[in-house]
Design a binder for this molecule. Structure first.
Ligand code: B12
Ligand code: SF4
Length: 492
């Protein structure tokens, strides 16, 4: 059977703010996971529209399309196209799960929730010529998951081909998050066995890994054993976790020992009222600064995530948030305009209150205001969000926050990491165009090498601190392999 798997490009691909590098980070892991259930005899073509031009002139027997909210319209158009040609079309993923009635007219079969239980069932039914219209996932386990078909991934097109997920979901229930809706009808947080996770890690070439798990430290027992098992593997990795898990016990030290070098942390807001409204209990009464210091003392860089537009936010929230990030030397910051995704509790609440202003899903990209705000006007919110990004990534703030670190090496890492991500766009584009993005991987691995805790003798004399440098100068005199830090980060 001829099978085509497609990740359609997000709407942003056509916007003037399109950043090719952001969409050349990670391969389509969900689709490669599903492909593992296909037969070795199947002729499989996996296409990711973010990194290649789609060939739509073929006629596969089966077409599998992954739908996110901002690629939904494109996904539906592709589905219609292939159905007209006589292919059998499947739609699944987050957006289909949130709005099955919207997706169903474009597909022969739709899938709600994760695919590990429903997709193999569909394949059996399809073979027996009895496929159903809808499959809803209820059995939540990663026990029998076959190895991901990574051979179908065009590794050279991605900066981070070694993305990996070893858990699904998250133990928390923030009201703006997709996860409760997606995992409805079954467990919403579960893990692989430690042995399976270690075996998958072992199969990945090179040193660098990016864990895409929502909350890598979410199950302390699993994570502790995983890090224990990874200790001898000589890996460097990045991931995401919550504030409370950073502050609790010694899991974060174990993670650092295993190779954790940068962490995505959901700070979201400083307001207890906002946290309560968002049901973000795990952040309530937690000392954000203490979490930051703990990570820095372990040489772990921080990508802080913040949401603007929660009901208690006022005009000062943007400056407060940026200043805090600079003051606390966050390496990168990801800002979001609050976005009520369909299916979430937040969407339900806002819909009940008549606050949803548009159902144009292309605008649900966390950069646009799609709901009725309270203290801020929509314009203030959008302008404040844009200002926050510009301000945090201004050269003066990049300098300022870099200098907050004690170790000289850490200062330089921070400087180039932050600058590299936001200021080197032409270089990224050139690498993508020339197909050599993946050649940056060894550099990335070198950069993620551990920064030992600062000792006094490591610090250069005050007159040699990078304060004295102008931005242009700062790039040239430093050996690039030691400092240039093009670290990929999620979402900004
Ligand atoms: C990697 C990632 C990205 C990458 C995506 C590129 C890529 N190649 O995958 C990048 C960096 C580009 C990205 C960008 C953004 N992302 Co993102 N991202 C993720 C992340 C961390 C991992 C995705 C993943 O690989 N999961 C692991 C695989 C195994 O799961 P999966 O993809 O869901 O696939 C499974 C099922 O969905 C299902 N399935 C999927 N499709 C199909 C189809 C069929 C037919 C079947 C049977 C089954 C099926 O089967 C698979 C196996 O179970 C998720 C969080 C998460 N943990 O999932 C957020 C997530 C998807 N991102 C999110 C957001 C908000 C964004 C941004 C808007 C953020 C921003 N401000 O920029 C942007 C832009 C997206 C946009 N404009 O819409 C939200 C989505 C919310 C929503 N309701 O859509 C998530 C869920 C994060 C969160 N916690 O809120 N993201
Ligand atoms: S902690 Fe993160 S992944 Fe977990 S429910 Fe909250 S927003 Fe979602």
């Amino acid at each position: 059977m001829k099978v085509k798997l497609i990740l359609p490009a997000l709407a942003e691909a056509e916007s003037p703010f399109w950043r090719p590098i952001k969409y050349s980070l990670f391969p389509p892991l969900g689709l490669a996971t599903l492909a593992a259930y296909l037969s070795p005899d199947d002729e499989i073509d996996l296409q990711d529209q973010h990194v290649e031009t789609l060939n739509i002139h073929d006629t596969p027997d089966l077409v599998i399309i992954q739908v996110y909210i901002t690629n939904a319209y494109r996904a539906y158009a592709l589905a219609d196209h292939y159905r007209k040609k006589g292919s059998y079309v499947l739609l699944g993923g987050l957006h289909v799960t949130s709005l099955p009635a919207e997706a169903a007219p474009h597909a022969d079969t739709i899938f709600l929730g994760p695919g590990e239980d429903t997709f193999p069932q569909f394949l059996k039914d399809f073979k027996n010529k009895r496929p159903q219209k809808i499959y809803t996932s209820t059995l939540r386990t990663l026990a029998q998951v076959p190895p991901i078909r990574r051979d179908l991934i065009k590794r050279e097109r991605y900066l981070v081909p070694n993305s990996i997920v070893v858990t699904r979901g998250c133990p928390h229930h923030c009201n703006f998050c997709y996860k409760d809706a997606f995992f409805e009808g079954g467990r919403s947080f579960y893990t692989q066995t430690v042995d399976t996770a270690l075996a998958e890690i072992d199969r990945l070439p090179g040193r660098h890994l990016y864990f895409l798990d929502d909350h890598l430290l979410g199950n302390a027992k699993f994570a502790g054993e995983l890090f224990e098992g990874m200790r001898g593997m000589n890996r460097v990795f990045q991931g995401a976790a919550t504030i409370d898990s950073i502050l609790r016990g010694n899991l974060i030290e174990k993670a650092a020992d295993a190779g954790l070098r940068s962490l995505f942390v959901g700070f979201e807001t400083f307001s207890p009222a906002n946290l309560k409204q968002s049901n973000k209990k795990q952040n309530l009464q937690k000392d954000y600064r203490k979490a930051v210091n703990r990570l820095h003392s372990l040489g772990i860089m921080i990508n802080g995530s913040f949401v603007f537009g929660l009901d208690e936010d006022d005009k000062d929230v943007f400056k407060r948030t940026v200043d805090w990030g600079v003051e606390n030397a966050l390496t990168t910051a990801t800002y979001h305009v609050l976005t009520p995704y369909p299916g979430t509790q937040l969407f339900k609440d806002m819909e009940r209150e008549g606050r949803i202003l548009t159902r144009n899903w292309d605008l649900y990209d966390t950069r646009n205001v799609v709901y009725q705000t309270t203290h801020l006007t929509a314009q203030e919110l959008k302008q404040g969000y844009d200002w926050a990004y510009k301000e945090f990534y201004s050269w003066s703030n990049i300098f300022k926050s870099s200098l907050k670190h004690e170790a000289h090496k850490h200062k330089l890492k921070h400087f180039f990491y932050q600058g590299g991500w936001k200021k080197f766009e032409p270089l990224w584009n050139m690498l993508i165009k020339s197909g050599s993005l993946n050649n940056m991987l060894p550099l990335l691995e070198a950069i993620l090498a551990k920064v030992p805790a600062a000792r006094k003798e490591d610090l250069p004399p005050a007159d040699q601190m990078p304060e004295a440098l102008e931005p242009e100068q700062a790039f040239s005199p430093v050996p690039i392999a030691d400092t240039f830090t093009p670290l990929p980060i999620l979402n900004n």
